[in-house]
Design a protein around this ligand. Structure first.
Ligand code: HEM
Length: 380
């Protein structure tokens, strides 16, 4: 098997073509015109937006882009041996690296978009999905460019061990070793760590985090895990505020997060980002764009810009019920009231009572509003 998903190789071009795709798959290797490629990218971006609106998978798509790019080694000149944003993460050989546990689910989410836009390379698709996720979560607009080429074989995947550990003996030294190897500096380490404002850690994947917390037990998406922030689908500077305070046991602080307020140089940036979201957004956007280009080989070398990407997304109030149902909002106080009524008669809103008509109607409403839509891909 070439990759975890069904792929075949075009004898003529050497390009990987998803089974069932047309010969257009090979065009990116040959002569896809610039305007047609930009149109494909824009169309793929629309599909990513729909995916995000239905699956709430922003965090795992950000992680997908980061883990494809973050294998870059600036001391190796040759492409693709130098690693980086080259689509190698689609191959089983790399997906099974311990650091990538769970990312097969991100690949499954974006593969249908790849199938519908065969000219768009995986390398571009992963970075497009990540940047779009940040923007749609209310984050900053990232000055992206596209045109990355894909590696064509799992033999071109980087060796395991290029991504950071969450609990190394000396977290500051470790972060510097790993990120300096990518050509990134202290400011960029701290800014990029702020991506943990999104998402959760799951013990069954990385080994870090609680199985669930009060912020994750109901999803949205697959319930569970431990988030760094309360509103973990909203991109803002709360990561820095929360790890500075470390007051909420339901919020995660990895050793590599805690060090951002202990190391004197990291701390200057972390304090600034906790105070001023605009400064964080500016630094994050620059660092994210740089990360997304690491190791990439662009065709044409200057890349393509999707200039008319929507301006900075407006931060939206996070309402879990809204995200999980997509239908209607039930306020937290209303949920608590319903729960209290059930508990008063010895029941719970998670199960209907055989005899109470009023509460059973309330139960139906509660289930409808809280769990109205399902995220049938368990990982997002
Ligand atoms: C600084 C070193 C870093 C370490 C040690 C680290 C470690 C981790 C760990 C252990 C998880 C939990 C994975 C799981 O259990 O599913 C995680 C999740 C995540 N990481 Fe990082 N990470 C780092 C940097 C970054 C960077 C630079 C980005 C993006 C720019 C990023 C974005 C994310 C996101 C969005 C998630 C949530 C994924 C989800 O909810 O599915 N991380 N990271």
């Amino acid at each position: 098997m070439i990759s975890l998903l069904s792929m075949s190789t075009s004898a003529a071009s050497g390009c990987l073509i998803p089974s069932g795709a047309t010969v257009r798959s090979a065009l990116r290797c040959n002569a896809t015109s610039s305007s047609s490629y930009v149109e494909q990218l824009k169309s793929a971006r629309e599909d990513i937006k729909v995916l995000l609106d239905t699956k709430y998978c922003h965090p795992i798509l950000v992680r997908l882009g980061w883990h494809d790019a973050g294998t870059y080694n600036k001391d190796i000149q040759e492409w693709p041996q130098r690693g980086g944003a080259n689509g190698s993460l689609r191959f089983e050989a790399e997906l099974k690296h311990a650091a990538n546990a769970g990312l097969i689910n991100a690949l499954k989410l974006v593969q249908p978009i790849k199938d519908d836009h065969p000219d768009v390379t995986y390398a571009d698709l992963f970075q497009l999905a990540s940047a779009t996720s940040i923007e749609l979560a209310g984050g900053t607009k990232i000055p992206m460019k596209y045109g990355r080429l894909d590696v064509s074989s799992p033999t071109q995947c980087p060796e395991e061990g290029r991504l950071p550990d969450a609990g190394p003996p000396s977290p500051a030294d470790h972060l510097r070793t790993v990120f300096y190897r990518m050509g990134l500096d202290d400011k960029e380490i701290v800014a990029l760590s702020g991506a943990h404002t999104l998402g959760r850690s799951r013990p069954e994947r990385s080994g870090w985090g609680k199985p669930h917390t009060k912020y994750t037990k109901d999803g949205p998406g697959a319930p569970g895990g431990q988030s760094w922030t309360v509103q973990w689908l909203k991109f803002d500077n709360s990561y820095f505020k929360d790890i500075k305070e470390q007051r909420d046991e339901d919020l995660l602080v990895l050793p590599t997060d805690a060090i951002l307020f202990d190391d004197p140089t990291f701390k200057q940036y972390a304090e600034k980002y906790a105070e001023d979201q605009d400064v964080f957004f500016n630094d994050y956007a620059e660092a994210h764009a740089k990360l997304s280009n690491l190791g990439a080989k662009f065709d044409p070398p200057e890349g393509f810009s999707l200039d008319d990407t929507p301006a900075k997304g407006l931060p939206e109030k996070f309402v879990a019920a809204k995200y999980s149902s997509g239908k209607r909002e039930l306020s937290d106080s209303m949920k608590q009231k319903i729960r209290a009524e059930y508990e008063a008669v010895g029941g719970s809103p998670d199960k209907p009572l055989p005899t109470n008509y009023f509460l059973n109607i309330t139960y139906i409403l509660y289930r409808y509003v809280s769990y109205g839509s399902d995220c049938n891909i368990k990982s997002c």
